[in-house]
Ligand binder design. Structure first.
Ligand code: AMP
Ligand code: ZN
Length: 488
């Protein structure tokens, strides 16, 4: 497609701290790298907020007429002894030697690390599908790229950017003068910051700001590889450098992730990649804001870590979570509450009801639609640093207008290439909604049955009212069975 008819995206670049015009290296093949899931545990809704953000970016570029190659790695290596299972935590984390409870559980059940990784990868991919996140072009696995990681480390050693002590290889941060350009944690600042903790626990490091590229395997390590430095495993950050360079080249267009990855993960990725290749690594860095639950950071100890399955168990359609994320700009923090999710589900259901009434023309009449002005404004909004909340408000404005419905339908299905709400199948969701009874209602029905069995009829009636308030009607069959139906 000629450049002149491509629409240009403007996007905030963490590297320049400015909104910039997006200038691709090759408009026919835009490279996006997304730090993918760690597959030793379930992926939560916070992670998915970030992945939906990456999906929107990719959809906007495709809508603008580009071809996109999207690489999303699967972190299935190296962190079996990290309590959070998080490859992005600081290399000096005091928790680094504790065992992840999920792994512990799996070991108890007699599973291998590969089986665990496979299980959680499958779960991740199935959740991605439920959320209508377009599949990446490639999902490279860390375990299958250890050779590439070793090659980069060898180059870094040869160029003098790394040193080996006792089977562990460190990146010599002070040798990379532009360290800190992404996060602002420049060498002088880091020096001051770290003076207080100068006595590092890892005494074989030259400097506490140095980070591990390769680690010597401890005696009881599950996953380890042969290397020129003995048996070991890759450090926290090298996997993303190796896999992005392999699939997208030394320099590529956009690197995405959540804001927590800016430092140290992405800063270290830049340092080791640019030191090895001598080229600029990613041209644009797009970071999404954090998702909080009821205003608080999610944590397993607080019991507020939710997965897509948890939302489904409470009767929500995964796409209502997608809808909810569309209502908040990707860079802002998003406060998740079940009340907000309910409102998102209601809005999505309403949109589906509206769409299901439209008669959709068989032949598209591009450019002649009465909704053309809305299409223009929608295009502007999505290209204005991915202003999806505004794009969504244009959708509502359009569906409430009195334009001919065939025009609205056509524009709406076009918009849905960005929103990803699967509006073309609205009717089937409505049907499903009517047929499925949420687990919460089923639990209440069981509670009521139990109360009736114990002849506690007053309490049983209260439960019935609760069920009705939640939108379901129950009828007791003569054979003692209970029928449940959604109230229309
Ligand atoms: P992790 O598995 O911890 O590496 O996280 C995978 C992706 O999810 C990364 O891009 C993180 O930045 C992102 N992420 C983790 N927690 C949250 C959260 N609460 N809200 C938004 N994104 C998150
Ligand atoms: Zn990464």
């Amino acid at each position: 497609m000629p450049l002149s008819i491509l629409k240009m995206l403007r996007i905030y670049n963490t590297l320049s701290r400015k909104i910039e015009d997006f200038k691709p290296i090759d408009p026919e093949k835009i490279g996006i790298y997304t730090c993918g899931p760690t597959v030793y545990r379930e992926v939560h809704i916070g992670n998915f907020r970030t992945y939906i953000g990456g999906d929107i970016l990719r959809r906007v570029l495709t809508y603008n007429g580009h071809r996109v190659v999207h690489v999303k790695n699967i972190t299935d290596v190296g962190h079996m002894r990290n309590i959070s299972g998080n490859h992005h935590s600081s290399a000096n984390s005091p928790q680094a030697d504790q065992i992840d409870p999920i792994i512990e559980e799996a070991i108890k059940k007699g599973k291998t690390p590969q089986e665990i990784a496979e299980h959680f990868t499958k779960l991740y991919l199935s959740d991605e599908k439920k959320l209508n996140i377009l599949p990446a072009t490639v999902y490279p696995k860390a375990t299958e790229h250890v050779k590439e990681m070793i090659e980069i480390i060898k180059v870094l050693l040869k160029k003098g950017f790394a040193y080996e002590t006792n089977g562990t290889v460190y990146f010599d941060v002070k040798k990379f003068k532009s360290y800190g350009k992404l996060s602002g944690n420049t060498l002088d600042k880091m020096d001051n910051l770290l003076k207080a903790v100068r006595v590092s626990l890892e005494t074989d490091k030259k400097d506490s700001i140095d980070f591990a590229l390769w680690k010597k395997a401890e005696k009881d390590r599950f996953m380890k590889w042969e290397s020129p430095w003995g048996e070991g495993f890759p450090g926290w950050h090298i996997e993303c450098s190796a896999m992005s360079i392999k699939y997208l080249g030394d320099s590529f267009d956009i690197h995405t992730g959540g804001e927590d990855l800016i430092f140290p993960h992405h800063e270290d990725e830049i340092a080791q990649s640019e030191a090895a290749t001598g080229q600029k690594f990613a041209n644009y860095w797009a970071h999404g804001g954090y998702l909080l639950v009821d205003g608080e950071k999610m944590s397993r100890s607080k019991g507020n870590v939710y997965t897509i399955l948890d939302l489904e168990k409470q009767g929500f359609d995964p796409l209502s979570f997608r809808y909810l994320t569309l209502t908040v700009h990707y860079k802002s923090k998003m406060n998740f509450t079940f009340k907000a999710l309910e409102a998102a589900q209601t809005a999505l259901n309403h949109l589906r009801e509206i769409v299901s009434q439209y008669d959709v023309p068989k032949i598209s009449r591009d450019g002649q639609r009465s909704s053309a002005e809305h299409e223009k404004r929608f295009l502007e909004a999505i290209n204005d640093d991915l202003n999806i909340p505004k794009a969504l408000s244009i959708v509502w404005e359009m569906v409430k207008s009195d334009f001919p419905t065939p025009d609205i339908a056509e524009s709406l299905f076009k918009f849905d290439k960005i929103l990803g709400l699967d509006l073309e199948n609205a009717k089937s969701y409505i049907k499903k909604e009517k047929e499925t009874v949420p687990e919460k209602i089923m639990e209440l029905i069981a509670q009521r049955d139990e109360l009736r069995k114990n002849k506690r009829y007053n309490l049983a009636d209260q439960v019935r009212h609760k069920i009705e308030k939640l939108g379901y009607e129950i009828q007791d069959g003569e054979d003692g069975s209970t029928n449940v139906k959604k109230i229309n």
